[in-house]
Ligand binder design. Structure first.
Ligand SMILES: [Zn+2]
Ligand SMILES: [Zn+2]
Length: 230
């Protein structure tokens, strides 16, 4: 069964989170899949690309810092609005995004069942390896072209490296939110708040309305979509 068909039928084929996870493991996840390899691919690709870009910057000045700021703004906007709209409302041409997020990711977790059962289930949270490669090797360099044309190579490299590291942070924070509830990461100031912020989003009663940010929660506050209470 292909992933689209699987996502669209998932909620009707199993009524519990546990049952849906079992179906995914049996019908979609490859028997050869290893979460540790997936995680290693994420870390090595993002850190490797960011390091190469940062090492190639010849001099740092105002332009490079503006490039970093512009990338953080762009990424936080993409995360918030990408999550709020195509991921939670079907958009023509981007239906697959809705299927993967609302019909799959949200169906294998609930407000009271946000924890992953094992590291080999992290593919229920993270983007696949081909998307990670696409994001780092194609999307980040392409988005840095305006800076290349306007400011030269150094700000473009700073922009791309920030994109790699922002994307890595997004994936790791999302993964941590699906880690152990009440674990040591929950007590880290700032990070613990972000993890609880995303777990609240997994309540089926609020998932289409609240807590779409992952790193810059200010967007939820600004747009009036912050869930204040459990
Ligand atoms: Zn999630
Ligand atoms: Zn969501």
């Amino acid at each position: 069964m292909d992933m689209t068909e699987f996502c669209r039928s998932l909620a009707s084929r199993a009524s519990t989170v546990e049952g849906r996870r079992a179906l995914f493991r049996r019908e979609v996840r490859s028997p050869r899949y290893r979460g540790a390899v997936h995680l290693a691919a994420l870390l090595s690709t993002c850190v490797g690309c960011a390091a190469l870009a940062l090492l190639a910057v010849e001099s740092w000045g105002a332009l490079e810092y503006w490039a970093i700021a512009s990338e953080l703004l762009l990424s936080s906007v993409v995360v918030y609005f990408g999550h709020r709209y195509p991921m939670h409302r079907p958009v023509r041409g981007l239906q697959w995004v809705y299927d993967l997020h609302t019909r799959f990711h949200h169906m294998v977790f609930s407000a009271s069942e946000t924890e992953l059962d094992s590291i080999d289930d992290i593919c229920m949270v993270m983007f696949p390896v081909r998307d990670i490669l696409g994001m780092c090797v194609v999307v980040a360099p392409l988005l840095s072209v305006p800076w290349l044309l306007l400011g030269g190579l150094d700000p473009a490299l700073a922009f791309a490296a920030t994109g790699h590291l922002f994307y890595l942070s997004y994936e790791l924070i999302h993964l941590a939110a699906h880690g152990r509830v009440g674990g040591p990461l929950d007590s880290v100031p700032g990070l613990g708040f972000l993890l609880r912020h995303h777990r609240r989003h997994h309540a089926w009663s609020v998932m289409h309305q609240r807590n779409f940010s992952m790193i810059f929660v200010g967007w939820d506050w600004l747009m009036g979509t912050l869930a204040r209470r459990r």
